[in-house]
Design a protein around this ligand. Structure first.
Ligand SMILES: [Zn+2]
Length: 240
């Protein structure tokens, strides 16, 4: 009897504290808006090329939906740059959606096609120019670098032993970035922006990983962990 009372009491206490913990988690993110940008179709590339049985547009969309679910569960407000899998949105518009939402972070999901394998994170490492506009600002360049580093902490600890870590790179090392100085979505962004090439879709083993439900789940969880690393650190800093 006594044991039962203790058990009931500890269950109640556990319920109380775990309930409070999740309420705190939501309250902590009261003002946090994250913009998820599932890559393609855009003015440059439809993302409909089939590689190892998969299209980039579809994979970006599936991971984005799951990431949205995970972040929303934690009380973070999520804005998406497109509302349907096959809706064409220009890269400039994608950045403008994040700007209008005053997002703390614009996270852009893509898959690479190259002879390599694994994931890599990109941030604008210098100003670029597109459609007669130069950008992003020095502040966005600095904050995007910090965001890429913090996202990488979460993503790499989660995906260890699952995918090859190709680290953090500058937009200027991409094909479009080498021509323009930065990716178009970065040039027009007034909020910290990070692009992740989640896998190399042309690589058989990467495609097998991300084509499976478990792989999509692991990727979304890794990204959510990275977003938390970023928001937790950023929310500790004085208003900026
Ligand atoms: Zn892409």
């Amino acid at each position: 009897m006594r044991t039962q009372i203790i058990c009931v009491a500890s269950l109640l206490l556990f319920g109380l504290f775990s309930g409070r913990a999740s309420a705190d988690q939501s309250a902590k993110h009261d003002t946090d808006v994250v913009c998820i940008d599932p890559g393609h179709p855009s003015e440059v590339n439809s993302g409909y090329t089939v590689q190892n049985g998969l299209t980039e547009t579809h994979i970006d969309w599936l991971v984005a939906l799951r990431l949205r679910q995970l972040l929303t569960r934690d009380g973070i407000k999520v804005v998406m740059t497109r509302s349907q899998e096959r809706r064409l949105v220009t890269n400039r518009k994608r950045a403008e959606i994040a700007n209008q939402a005053h997002a703390k972070l614009l996270i852009r999901l893509h898959c690479d096609a190259s002879p390599g394998s694994g994931y890599a994170l990109y941030y604008p490492d210098r100003k670029g120019k597109a459609q007669g506009v130069a950008g992003p600002s020095d502040r966005v360049i600095l904050e995007s670098k910090q965001a890429a580093e913090l996202l990488h902490v979460g993503v790499s600890s989660s995906l260890q032993s699952k995918l090859k870590d190709c680290g953090i790179k500058g937009d200027s090392s991409t094909l479009i970035g080498s021509r323009q100085g930065a990716l178009t979505g970065s040039i027009f962004s007034s909020v910290p922006v990070v692009t992740i090439e989640m896998v190399v879709l042309s690589n058989k083993s990467d495609a097998r990983f991300i084509g499976a439900r478990a792989g999509q789940e692991a990727m979304a969880e890794a990204l959510a962990k990275g977003v938390h690393e970023f928001l937790d650190k950023r929310n500790l800093e004085p208003d900026r």
